[in-house]
Design a binder for this molecule. Structure first.
Ligand code: DGJ
Length: 731
C-alpha cells in the first residue's frame, strides 16, 4: 500500500531544487525523493555532506569541516569524502583524476574555485593549486526520480600537453557505515546477468572490463544497501550505472574511517589520454540514485529514468514491435526464397518486423569469411535486397538487417585491401576470435568507411532496423599510425567514434531503429542505450534459463529494451523441452520476438502463437513501460519465478508465474501483488493458465495485495499469466 501511494506521488513531475548558501558554503540538490548535499570546507575541498532520503528544507547544514586524519599515515586529504580528488599530496584512496605533466610532475591537488547553477544543472569549477588544470564537475538532477547524472570536464590551460592516466566521471560518497552490502552483475557468453552480493569490507572491490567494450563478465552497474535489509521492497539502496561502452572501471572502496566511496570511469588499466595545450577531456556520464523502496525500488527508478531520459525518443520511446529473426532456424543459410517463405509465416501470426540476420553479404557462408564486405551476396540475393524488402512490406511488416560493422574477417576484400585498419602491434600476432579481427574505429578512415557503408545501405534500401552485432573482444590494442604518445587514445576514441557513427546515422535516418547486440549481452550500458532502441541480453534463448538471465538484466535495465525470442524446443542450449506456451510466457516478460524455425511448426503451433502474440500486444505497454515487481525472484534455486508489471498510470497489472517443479504436494505460494491502489477495484482476467477456483472476479487492490491470489500451477515447467484491470467508477 505504501507502494501505491509512492507511485502516485511520483507521477507528479517535480523539478530539482538546487541552492547555494554563501554563508555556510553549502550546496543542496533536492529532488522529490532525495537530497544531495555538499560543502566547501576550510581547505577548499568540495566535500560530500549527505546523500539519501529527501530532507526537509528547514534542515540547515553547517560549513563542511574536513575529516580528521588518522595519525601521520592517513591525513585529511585521504579521509575526507571529496566529490572529486586529484592524485597528489598524501592521497591513498582511489583518485578521481591522475595526470602527468611534460616536466615529469605527477602531483595534482584540486581546490574549489566557483559554481554555476543553470536550471537543474549545477557546475563546480576546481583547479590545481598551482598549475592551470581546471576540472568542471557537472551535476544534472532528475527532479522526480532523483537520479543524478554526473560527469567531469578536464581543461588543460597550461602551455604544454598533459596526459590523463586515470579519470573518473564521478566519485560517489555514501554515508558512513559498517554494514554495507554490494550487489553487482556478472556473466559470460550464454550465461549473462547473474546477480551477486557480498558484504563491503575495508579495502576495494573493482568491477571492470579491460576488453575494449563493456563486456558481460561485469556490467557497469552497482547497488549498495545495508546487510540484513532482506525485503526487496524496503530499505535504503544507493545505486548507479556508468554510461560508457569502452573498457571501464567502477571501484567500491571502504577506507580506514569506514567510509565507502564509489569511483567510475574509463578503465585506468593500460590507459592514457593526451590533452593538448588548450584542449579539454569530457568524461562519460555516471548516473546514480537512491531508493528507500529496496532493491526493487532501485531498479524501478532506473527503468523509469531510462525510459524518460536515456532511450532514443525519451520520454516517449517507441514501443518495441514483435519481431521475427531466423538466426536460430537458418544460421548463415539465408536466401531470397527461404526468407520470403519465413516472412509469410511470420506475418500470419502477427509479427510486425522481419529481421534478416548474418549471412546476406560478401562471401559469407559461415563465420570464416566476408565480414567487412558489405555488398549483397549475389548468389543468395541475385536481385539485391529489394524483392525481399518489398515482400516483407507487402505482408505489413517492416524490414530489419543484421550488421557487424566494427569487424573484419582476414578472408575478406576489405582486409586484403587495408590490412593496417585493424587494432595491432607491428610484428606481433593478430589474435583472432570467431575468425575475425577488430577494426580500429578510432582511425578516421575506418570511421568514414563504416559510416559510409551503413549510410549507403540505409539510403539505398527501406530498412527500418539494424541489429548491430559485435562478436569478440580486443587483443593487441595498438594504433601504430599515430605518434607514440597518442596511441593509447584508442580506448576513448574508438568508443567516441562508435557513438558518433550511431548518432550521425540516427540524425540522417531518423526512422531507423537499432539494437545493440554483442554475441549476447556484452555491450549493454547507459552509453550505448542513448543511441540504441533495444538490446540483446543473451544468445541463450532457453526459456527456463532466460528467467534467471532476464531477472538479472532487469536489476539495471528496463524490460522494455530486453529482447526475448521464442525459439525451438528442445533448446540448443540445454536440450530442454518446454511447451510453446511456456516459451511465449517467458519471452512476453520483455520485448517479444520469435526466433523459431516456422517451417517446422504444426498448424496448432501457429494457432497458439497467433493467440499469444495478440495477447502480448494488449499488455506490451504495461510490460515494456510499467513498474516491475519481482514477486518471487528465480534466485538461489527457487522453484518459482513471478513478476508483476504495473502500468505507469495504474490502470492494470500483468503477472507472469512460472513453476520449475512442484514437490511433496506443496501448493504454489500465494501471490501478494504490489503497487495497486488499495481502495480501487480490479477485475482479474486470466490470459493463459488457471487460478484457484475460489478467486473472486473482482476485488480491491487491498485484497489482491493483502489476501493475495492462489494460482493453479503443478507439475514441471509450467507457466501462467493473468491481468488485473482497474474498474472505472470504483465499484
Ligand atoms: C551473435 C548474435 O548474438 C546472434 O543473435 C546472431 O546474430 C549471430 N551473432 C550471427 O552471427
Amino acid at each position: 500500500m505504501l507502494f501505491a501511494a509512492t507511485s502516485r506521488a511520483s507521477a507528479q513531475a517535480s523539478k530539482a531544487n538546487i541552492r547555494y548558501n554563501a554563508t555556510t558554503r553549502v550546496f543542496r540538490i533536492d529532488t522529490a525523493r532525495t537530497s544531495y548535499i555538499m560543502g566547501v570546507n576550510e581547505a577548499d575541498q568540495v566535500q560530500n555532506l549527505y546523500w539519501g532520503h529527501r530532507l526537509p528544507n528547514s534542515d540547515e547544514f553547517a560549513t563542511a569541516k574536513s575529516m580528521p586524519g588518522a595519525a601521520s599515515f592517513d591525513p585529511p586529504i585521504t579521509t575526507t569524502p571529496e566529490e572529486y580528488t586529484g592524485w597528489g599530496g598524501m592521497l591513498y584512496v582511489e583518485p578521481s583524476l591522475k595526470v602527468t605533466f611534460p616536466d615529469g610532475n605527477r602531483d595534482l591537488v584540486l581546490k574549489y574555485v566557483s559554481y554555476k547553477i543553470d536550471g537543474d544543472q549545477l557546475s563546480l569549477l576546481m583547479k590545481d593549486i598551482s598549475r592551470e588544470v581546471y576540472v568542471t564537475l557537472n551535476y544534472r538532477a532528475d527532479g522526480e526520480i532523483g537520479i543524478l547524472r554526473r560527469s567531469a570536464e578536464v581543461e588543460n590551460r597550461t602551455d604544454g600537453p598533459i596526459t590523463i592516466e586515470q579519470v573518473s566521471a564521478a566519485t560517489w560518497n555514501l554515508p558512513r557505515g559498517t554494514d554495507y552490502r554490494l550487489r553487482y552483475l556478472t556473466g559470460r557468453w550464454a550465461g549473462e546477468w547473474t546477480i551477486q552480493q557480498q558484504p563491503i569490507h575495508p579495502g576495494k572491490t573493482i568491477l571492470e572490463s579491460r576488453r575494449g567494450t563493456t563486456g558481460a563478465q561485469n556490467n557497469p552497474w552497482f547497488a549498495i544497501d545495508h546487510e540484513g535489509d532482506n525485503d526487496s521492497e524496503r530499505g535504503g539502496v544507493w545505486f548507479g550505472a556508468l554510461g560508457w561502452s569502452g573498457s571501464w572501471q567502477i571501484s567500491i572502496e571502504q577506507d580506514m574511517l569506514q567510509q565507502v566511496r564509489v569511483n567510475g570511469g574509463p578503465n585506468s588499466f593500460d590507459f592514457a589520454y593526451r590533452v593538448a595545450k588548450g584542449g579539454k577531456f569530457q568524461t562519460p556520464e555516471f548516473y546514480a540514485g537512491y531508493s528507500d523502496e529496496g532493491i526493487g525500488g532501485a531498479s524501478r527508478l532506473l527503468h523509469r529514468y531510462e525510459i524518460d531520459s536515456i532511450l532514443p525518443g525519451a520520454p516517449k520511446p517507441k514501443l518495441r514491435p514483435v519481431l521475427y529473426n531466423s538466426w536460430e532456424a537458418t544460421g548463415f543459410d539465408v536466401n531470397e526464397a527461404g526468407q520470403m517463405a519465413l516472412a509469410e509465416k511470420a506475418a500470419s501470426i502477427g509479427v510486425e518486423r522481419f529481421v534478416m540476420d548474418d549471412g546476406w553479404f560478401g562471401q559469407r557462408k559461415d563465420d570464416r569469411a566476408g565480414l567487412g564486405d558489405w555488398y549483397v551476396n549475389p548468389q543468395k540475393f541475385p536481385n539485391g535486397l529489394k524483392p525481399l524488402i518489398d515482400k516483407v512490406h507487402s505482408l505489413n511488416m517492416d524490414f530489419g538487417l543484421w550488421v557487424e560493422p566494427e569487424m573484419v574477417n582476414p578472408d575478406s576484400d576489405l582486409y586484403r585491401k587495408h590490412p593496417d585498419w585493424i587494432l595491432n602491434f607491428p610484428g606481433r600476432p593478430h589474435t583472432e576470435g570467431r575468425n575475425q579481427l577488430v577494426l580500429n574505429l578510432a582511425r578516421p578512415d575506418v570511421r568514414a568507411y563504416v559510416f559510409g557503408f551503413l549510410d549507403k545501405l540505409l539510403t539505398d534500401n527501406q530498412i527500418a532496423f539494424l541489429k548491430w552485432d559485435y562478436n569478440r573482444n580486443w587483443s593487441e590494442p595498438g594504433w601504430p599510425a599515430v605518434p607514440l604518445d597518442e596511441q593509447k587514445d584508442v580506448y576513448v576514441d574508438f568508443t567516441r567514434n562508435l557513438y558518433s557513427i550511431l548518432s550521425e546515422l540516427r540524425a540522417k535516418h531518423p526512422s531507423v531503429e537499432i539494437e545493440s547486440c554483442s554475441g549476447g549481452g556484452s555491450r549493454v550500458d547507459l552509453g550505448i542505450m542513448r543511441l540504441t532502441d533495444e538490446v540483446w541480453p543473451s544468445d541463450n534463448t532457453d526459456a527456463y534459463d532466460r528467467l534467471l538471465i532476464q531477472n538479472g538484466f532487469t536489476y539495471a535495465y528496463s524490460p522494455g529494451v530486453m529482447m526475448a525470442w521464442v525459439t525451438d524446443s528442445p533448446s540448443w542450449a540445454n536440450q530442454r523441452a518446454l511447451s510453446l506456451e511456456y516459451r511465449f510466457l517467458s519471452s512476453m516478460q520483455g520485448s517479444l520476438g520469435i526466433g523459431a524455425n516456422l517451417n517446422k511448426w504444426a498448424p496448432e503451433d501457429f494457432a497458439t502463437a497467433r493467440k499469444m502474440i495478440a495477447q502480448y500486444k494488449t499488455i506490451r505497454e504495461t510490460v515494456q513501460r510499467g513498474e516491475l515487481y519481482r514477486l518471487i525472484a528465480p534466485e538461489h534455486g527457487s522453484e518459482q519465478s513471478v513478476t508483476e508489471s504495473v502500468a505507469r498510470d495504474g490502470h492494470e497489472a500483468v503477472v507472469f508465474a512460472f513453476l520449475h517443479s512442484s514437490n511433496e504436494l506443496y501448493p504454489y505460494p500465494r501471490l501478494h501483488l504490489r503497487g495497486l491502489d488499495p481502495d480501487t477495484q480490479y477485475r482479474i482476467n486470466v490470459l493463459d493458465g488457471r487460478l484457484a477456483s475460489d478467486t473472486p472476479e473482482h476485488a480491491s487492490g487491498a485484497y489482491w495485495m493483502d489476501r493475495g491470489i492462489d494460482v493453479d500451477l503443478q507439475g514441471d515447467f509450467r507457466a501462467m499469466t493473468f491481468r488485473l484491470e482497474r474498474i472505472n467508477g470504483n465499484q
